[in-house]
Design a protein around this ligand. Structure first.
Ligand code: S6P
Ligand code: ZN
Length: 192
């Protein structure tokens, strides 16, 4: 039996990168059009920094099978669009029964989870806290802190991502908003 080579990757918490992986992509603010509730506030951000990086993902993909694990790091800037905290686009895995693990390396965030039936879970995440995202949950991360949110993740390599599920639903069921008192509040998304 031929077996794969082990691989050690280095995580730079300071820069939010998996340094010696084999994948890297960036999402600019321009790429996130349509994600946030406050169109006016989003237009103001675009006017200021449309081509700046909102979040980026560095990863290592050892293979393409269920039994391979993609691992990587997501780094997301802090900030808000109006009262809504910065977030990743979010998705369900295209093969819905594939789970994922997220481990917060630095920053303060929320794993926002939604089941196909519309159950909502907001899992607060701080450094060295790990969230198991079970199969079939739509997931995104939200930066509710004042620093970069840096999270390590791992998931089966054949999972795939379906981003359309959120668009087709008019967004996720709740939006994570600044409560004006240094915290957050989940508000129902009327478009859902
Ligand atoms: C992939 C995994 C993460 C996200 C990353 C960016 O299944 O959940 O690598 O891709 O955090 O989020 P998104 O929603 O833009 O893919
Ligand atoms: Zn995922």
């Amino acid at each position: 039996m031929r077996v794969a080579e082990p691989r050690r990757c280095d995580v730079s918490v300071a820069t939010g990168f998996l340094v010696n992986g084999d994948g890297h992509y960036r999402k600019t603010y321009r790429d996130l059009a349509g994600l946030y509730a406050d169109a006016e506030a989003f237009a103001a951000i675009l006017a200021e920094k449309a081509d700046d990086v909102a979040y980026e993902v560095t990863s290592y993909t050892p293979g393409e099978k269920t039994s391979d694990l993609i691992m990587g790091v997501t780094r997301m800037e802090p900030g808000k669009v109006g009262r809504e905290f910065f977030l990743t686009r979010g998705h369900i895995h295209a093969k819905g029964d594939r789970p994922e693990i997220y481990h917060t390396l630095s920053g303060r965030g929320i794993m926002q989870l939604e089941s196909p039936g519309g159950e909502v879970r907001l899992v607060e995440m701080g450094p060295q806290q790990v969230c198991y995202v079970p199969p079939f949950w739509i997931h995104r991360s939200v930066n509710i802190g004042s620093q970069d949110l840096v999270m390590f993740f791992a998931y089966p390599a054949d999972s795939g991502q379906d981003y359309g599920i959120i668009e087709r639903s008019g967004g996720m069921r709740v939006r994570v908003m600044d409560n004006g008192k240094g915290g957050y509040v989940a508000e129902e998304n009327p478009a859902w």
